[in-house]
Design a protein around this ligand. Structure first.
Ligand SMILES: [Fe+2]
Length: 405
């Protein structure tokens, strides 16, 4: 027998089968569970739930027959599985990313004022990122949306650092080398501190003269970094700063060097740099989905950058990185949770479906294994904002799904 009661009337042992909020608005994927502690009741209240439908044995007295529109009671999930938001590594890397952006903002300010860079602090952040990624090697592929900030140069540099650190780790470099890669990535665009803001933040394409000014940033970066006291900054980071816009067969700038004439770190970083820039939202355009950027790097840009690096990047993140919203040919929409080949992010994909055929919201999300994500099955990707989710909700959904499934 079911009845609807205020949350305040819940007691330990009661079985909840519905609540007055959709699962989309709460941190519970399942609305069927047994109350095991006062904490469980508090969690319901904290989620803004005021009434719940409970199921009682037939012998219990019937009070209010009205039933709330919760999902069908199929299969009880213990409330212990109501999530604390904690996917391994995602939260740590996100926090580090935000702190790194803040520190970078300070560092770039110092550079604009021609003061010394806070190199020790920057190095500390890179080291922490490297050790977090070493502990959680898959966290990087969960960062499909790491573009949450207004100031694109700092965010771009912080994200490129995370990608570079992950890339170095993937190549089984020693921790010290991974930190050097990360530090070089973090500072590769420091020359932009010497470019006028009206050019840097112009909401639209630059004209020829503005491009000429913009193209000076690699050399300006080199000049800033080579004076630094830190040998890694005045060495590798300065070299990467001046080389990251060189391209195959001397088609880049400033020195028109071929890929074989530049440092291997610059060769890799240019790919990560382009990937990050194109997947990120900019003032004048939305970011492209990762699959399109990888395709662009492999096809449209194949005579500019090393294809092997693009393929390695695709394997590190996946063509559809974990956390991507994908749409099927039947109109279903789900979020990628995992792959059977976790090392290379391919094979069978575990997808948490939130919308069923023709994009109807499911009463309860469902996890399904989809073999081989070919373009016939997956017809498009969605930005979380397009579907009305905040980054926190996406993080919560994934964390919950990984615990329950
Ligand atoms: Fe650059």
């Amino acid at each position: 027998m079911r009845r609807t009661i205020p949350v305040d009337k819940l007691t330990i042992g009661m079985k909840v089968v519905g609540m007055d909020k959709s699962w989309l608005e709460t941190s519970f994927l399942s609305h069927t569970f047994t109350i095991r502690s006062e904490q469980d009741i508090d969690r319901l209240k904290n989620n803004g739930v005021s009434k719940v439908t409970v199921e009682e044995p037939e012998s219990s007295p019937v009070e209010t027959p009205e039933e709330l529109s919760g999902p069908a009671a199929s299969g009880e999930e213990p409330l212990a599985e109501i999530p604390e938001i904690s996917s391994p590594g995602i939260r740590e890397v996100r926090t580090l990313q935000k702190e790194t952006v803040r520190l970078l903002q300070k560092a770039f300010e110092q550079s604009r004022l021609k003061n010394a860079l806070p190199t020790a602090e920057l190095r500390k952040h890179v080291r922490e990122t490297v050790s977090t990624l070493l502990e959680n090697p898959h966290a990087i592929s969960l960062l499909s949306d790491i573009h949450e900030n207004d100031d694109e140069t700092y965010v771009h540099s912080a994200n490129t650092m995370i990608l570079a650190a992950g890339f170095a780790i993937r190549h089984q470099m020693e921790e010290g080398d991974s930190v050097r890669w990360g530090l070089a990535a973090l500072l590769h665009d420091i020359g932009k501190t010497q470019i006028p803001q009206e050019i840097l933040k112009k909401p639209g394409p630059l004209n020829t003269i503005e491009w000429e000014v913009m193209h000076r940033h690699p050399q300006l970066g080199f000049q800033i970094l080579r004076k630094n006291d830190d040998p890694d900054v005045r060495g590798l980071a300065a070299q990467v700063a001046v080389e990251h816009h060189e391209r195959q067969n001397g088609t880049g700038y400033p020195h028109k060097l071929g890929l074989d004439q530049i440092h291997p770190v610059s060769r890799s970083l240019m790919v990560l740099d382009i990937y990050e820039a194109l997947t990120a939202d900019r003032v004048y355009r939305e970011g492209l989905p990762p699959r399109k950027v990888i395709q662009y790097l492999l096809e449209g840009h194949r005579d500019k950058v090393a294809m092997s690096i693009t393929l390695e990047l695709a394997a590190m993140l996946g063509i559809y990185p974990i956390g991507t919203f994908v749409g099927t040919n039947k109109g279903e929409i789900g979020i990628i949770l995992d792959y059977s080949d976790r090392e290379n992010h391919r094979g069978d994909a575990k997808i948490l479906f939130l919308f069923g055929q023709d994009r109807t919201l499911l009463a309860k999300p469902q996890t399904r294994i989809v073999s081989g994500l070919d373009p016939e099955k997956i017809v498009r990707t969605y930005d979380h904002r397009e579907l009305g989710f905040s980054p926190e909700q996406v993080e919560m959904l994934m964390s919950t799904a990984q615990k329950i499934t």
